[in-house]
Design a protein around this ligand. Structure first.
Ligand code: P6P
Length: 347
């Protein structure tokens, strides 16, 4: 006797009662995101077999060479979101400007979506997990018209949904609509995302820290001191910390969400705003993390979700993970800023 498996669509229908004022629009939008994820997953899994790798020519807003799979993923999600009839437009890492949908159906859409269609794409050629990251907002502009830039300049606190797809040893869709975080694993035998990780909660603390230590000399002093704190922890008869860094945000984030840990991409001298993008990397992941009981800040005491966006592709320093670990990192950052201020005043 097989235990009943809840598919993504069944879950969304069951949870519809959580949103008495919604008439199914958000549910339909999430269903279309799940469809696009299955299509992208199929191509990602074939990436080593067909000539879809390699340079598609040109570079994206990050200045990274755009690989064909990035372009493929961007187009699949745009097509699915436009067809949903619930989304009036998107902002994506792969498009310098917002993409305003032109059909009457889409212009009447209630939502807009920001997304990184294939994050970590530099890992495609070496078969390391990559991901799609998305955020859903109610539009501010009137329905029946094209979306406007103002629709996309909303604080992360205004998100109505967010999540990611991780294309790894298995493909998972993890998302929140503001009532906890749930994870669905794709069962290729039936082509359905099935509920595998209900009510995901990150441990209050952990022993994994994820940061690209190749940038160590360019880190703020507080980050350097936090790293040393982690490395010396076993001398204080605590469990030793482990440094784990994949270089793919979705993969590092997902592991820490399951096991506990902190991911840090801080500001450096060369990147004073950090590297990660606020609208389609930091905000969606911060929403998921907070809903899972974790914390997400810029390392300088500001909650990521409270940052008011000023431009579409702006970056933000990103400290995200187990609450006690982010608090400890913030403690080192604050102490260093105070020491620097005192030194400046002392002249
Ligand atoms: P670095 C991938 O390019 C990405 O945007 C994130 O997925 C990842 O966390 C980060 O950049 C890695 O950056 O500078 O450590 O290679």
């Amino acid at each position: 006797m097989h235990a009943h498996v809840t598919t993504l669509n069944e879950f969304i229908i069951e949870r519809q009662s959580d949103f008495p004022y919604a008439k199914g629009e958000l549910s339909r939008l999430l269903t279309h995101i799940g469809l696009a994820a299955k299509i992208v997953n199929r191509e990602v899994n074939k990436a080593g077999l067909v000539d879809i790798l390699g340079e598609a020519g040109g570079t994206n807003i990050q200045g990274e060479s755009v690989k064909k799979l990035d372009v493929f993923a961007d187009r699949r999600f745009i097509e699915a979101l436009r067809a949903s009839g619930e989304c009036a437009g998107i902002a994506s890492e792969e498009n310098d400007e917002i993409v305003k949908f032109k059909t009457d159906l889409a212009k009447d859409g209630k939502y807009i979506v920001t997304m990184d269609p294939l994050d970590g794409s530099s890992n495609i050629d070496v078969n390391v997990s990559i991901g799609t990251i998305f955020s859903i907002y109610r539009r501010i502009s009137p329905r029946g018209h094209e979306a406007t830039l103002e629709d996309f300049m909303q604080r992360g606190t205004k998100q109505v949904g967010a999540g990611y797809v991780i294309y790894g040893s298995s493909t998972m869709l993890v998302f929140t609509t503001g009532r906890g975080v749930n994870g669905f694993t794709l069962d290729p035998s039936i082509g359905e995302f099935c509920l595998s990780h209900p009510n995901m909660q990150i441990p209050l603390s952990g022993t994994i820290y994820s940061i690209n230590e190749g940038n160590y000399i360019r880190f703020p002093g507080g980050v350097k001191k936090y790293i040393k704190y982690c490395q010396e922890s076993d001398r204080q008869t605590q469990r030793p910390y482990a440094s784990r860094y994949i270089g793919s945000l979705v993969a590092d984030f997902h592991r820490n969400l399951l096991k506990g840990g902190i991911f840090i991409y801080p500001q450096t001298e060369s990147h004073p705003e950090g590297k990660l993008r606020l609208l389609y990397e930091c905000n969606p992941m911060a929403f998921v993390m907070e809903q899972a009981g974790g914390m997400a800040t810029d390392g300088m005491g500001t909650r990521i979700l409270d940052i008011k966006p000023e431009s579409l592709h702006q970056r933000a320093p990103f400290f995200v993970g187990s609450r006690r670990m982010v608090e400890k990192a913030e403690e080192f950052m604050r102490a260093e800023r105070m020491a620097e201020e005192e030194a400046r005043v002392a002249g």
